[in-house]
Design a protein around this ligand. Structure first.
Ligand code: PLP
Length: 394
C-alpha cells in the first residue's frame, strides 16, 4: 500500500459523516454561499458556442496543444504588453492542468538540461516533492518560508536559503496565493528574492495555480512573474485553469517558457514534443477551447473578470467574518493573519491535535497542518466554525 493522500482522505471522511452540521474545509475547490460547486456562467456560455460550432471535431490536437489556447494563456501570464512576447522568445505548451505543467517542466529540466536540484517552500503544496522527484530531480530541498510564530513570511530565512543554494538549482515559487499559507511575499520582498535568484544563477519555476482567482485581478496576481521577466530572468511558469475557470476536471493547464535567446526555441519545442509524446501524446481539447474562447473575446473576457471577482470577494468576506467572530469570542491568539492571507486557503495556526478535535467533536474537516479552505465557509456556518475553533483552542 502507498501512503494515503491526506486531502482526499479527509474529504472522504467528510462525505461519510452523517452529521447535519458537518463542514468541508479540505479540497481546494470553490464553493458558493450555498456550499455548492460553481460552473462559471461564462463557461456555460462558451460551451454553448462550442457545441454549435460545426467546424469543430474530435480529431487529435497537436502534441504541444491548441495554438489559440497557448496564445491567450501566455498573454494572461505575461501581460498584453510583455516584451518577451513581442520579442518572440516565449514558448507555450498545453499540459494537463497545473500538475501536468509542473511535471512536464520538471521532466524537461531534469532530463534535457540535466538539472537535479530543486527547492520548494516550507511548507508547500503537498505534491511538489513527488512531482519533481518522479520527474528525475534527485536532490529536493526546502527553503524557509513561513514564520509560524509571527505568522508572516520568513523573508530573512528565505533569502538566506536562496543564498546558499547551489548555482542552477530550480527554485519553485508560488506566483500568488501561496498554498498552504495564503501568505505572499510583498512586492519589496519579491524584489529581494529576484535579486538573489538572478545573482546566484538560480532558475525560477513559477507555479501559478491561482492567477485571477486570488485577488480578482489577473495583472495583480501576475505581478511577481512579470517583475522577474523585466529583470531579465528566464523561467518556466506552470499555469492552471482549474480554479480561475472552475474547470477542475477538464485538466486545462499551460507551461509557459520564457527564454532570452529565441534561437533555442526550435530545439526546446522538439525536446518538449518528445517528452509529451511519451506521457499523454497530445492533450484534451474541450477545456482549452473554452479558455481560448473566453480569453480571446472582449465581451466574454469581461464576464470572466466578473466571475473571478465574485469568487475572490466572497472569500475575502468569509475571511473577515471568521476573524471578526474569533475576535468577538476573545479566542486566545491573534487573527490578523486570516485577513492578511489571500486565495482559498488559510493557514490557521491550529495544531494537529486541535484539528483532530474539530473533526471528532464538530465534524469540521481540514488538513491536520491547520490548512483550511475558506471557500467551505458561508454565512450559515461561519459562526459554528468560529465557536468550534474557539473551543478547540481553549
Ligand atoms: N500548484 C498549487 C500550488 C496548487 O495549489 C494546485 C492545486 O491545488 C496545483 C498546483 C495544481 O492543480 P491542478 O493540477 O488541479 O491544476
Amino acid at each position: 500500500m502507498g501512503a494515503p493522500i491526506e486531502v482526499y482522505q479527509m474529504n472522504d471522511l467528510y462525505n461519510q459523516s452523517k452529521d447535519g452540521n458537518k463542514v468541508n474545509l479540505t479540497v481546494g475547490a470553490y464553493r458558493t454561499e450555498e456550499g455548492k460547486p460553481w460552473v462559471l456562467p461564462v463557461v456555460k456560455e462558451a460551451e454553448k458556442i462550442l457545441i454549435d460550432d460545426e467546424s469543430l471535431n474530435h480529431e487529435y490536437l497537436p502534441v504541444l496543444g491548441l495554438d489559440a489556447f497557448s496564445k491567450v494563456a501566455t498573454k494572461l501570464a505575461l501581460g498584453e504588453e510583455s516584451s518577451a512576447i513581442k520579442e518572440e522568445r516565449v514558448i507555450g505548451v498545453q499540459c494537463l492542468s497545473g500538475t501536468g505543467s509542473l511535471r512536464m517542466g520538471a521532466e524537461f529540466l531534469a532530463r534535457i538540461l540535466k538539472l537535479k536540484t530543486a527547492y520548494y517552500s516550507d511548507p508547500t503544496w503537498g505534491n511538489h516533492d513527488m512531482v519533481f522527484t518522479n520527474a528525475g530531480f534527485t536532490s529536493c530541498h526546502s527553503y524557509r518560508f513561513w514564520d509560524s510564530v509571527n505568522k508572516r513570511v520568513d523573508i530573512e530565512g528565505f533569502l538566506e536559503d536562496l543564498e546558499s543554494a547551489p548555482s542552477k538549482s530550480v527554485i519553485i515559487l508560488h506566483g500568488c496565493a501561496h498554498n498552504p499559507t495564503g501568505m505572499d511575499p510583498t512586492k519589496e520582498q519579491w524584489k529581494q528574492i529576484c535579486e538573489v535568484v538572478k545573482r546566484k544563477n538560480l532558475f525560477p519555476f513559477f507555479d501559478m495555480a491561482y492567477q485571477g482567482f486570488a485577488s480578482g485581478d489577473p495583472a495583480a496576481d501576475g505581478w511577481a512573474v512579470r517583475y522577474f521577466i523585466e529583470q531579465g530572468l528566464e523561467m518556466f511558469i506552470a499555469q492552471s485553469f482549474a480554479k480561475n475557470f472552475g474547470l477542475y476536471n477538464e485538466r486545462v493547464g499551460h507551461l509557459t517558457i520564457v527564454l532570452n535567446d529565441p534561437s533555442a526555441i526550435p530545439s526546446f519545442k522538439s525536446q518538449m514534443q518528445l517528452i509529451i509524446r511519451a506521457n499523454w501524446s497530445n492533450p484534451p481539447a474541450h477545456g482549452a477551447r473554452i479558455v481560448a474562447k473566453v480569453l480571446g473575446d472582449r465581451e466574454l473576457y469581461q464576464q470572466w473578470l466578473q466571475a473571478i471577482q465574485t469568487m475572490s470577494s466572497r472569500i475575502r468576506e468569509m475571511r473577515a467574518a471568521l476573524k471578526a467572530n474569533l475576535e468577538k469570542l476573545g479566542t486566545p491568539g491573534t487573527w490578523d493573519h486570516i485577513t492578511q492571507q489571500i486565495g482559498m486557503f488559510s493557514y490557521t495556526g491550529l495544531t494537529r491535535d486541535q484539528v483532530l478535535y474539530l473533526v471528532d467533536k464538530y465534524h469540521i474537516f481540514m488538513l491536520t497542518d491547520g490548512r483550511a479552505n475558506i471557500c467551505g465557509l458561508n454565512t450559515k456556518n461561519v459562526e459554528y466554525v468560529s465557536k468550534a475553533i474557539d473551543d478547540a483552542i481553549r
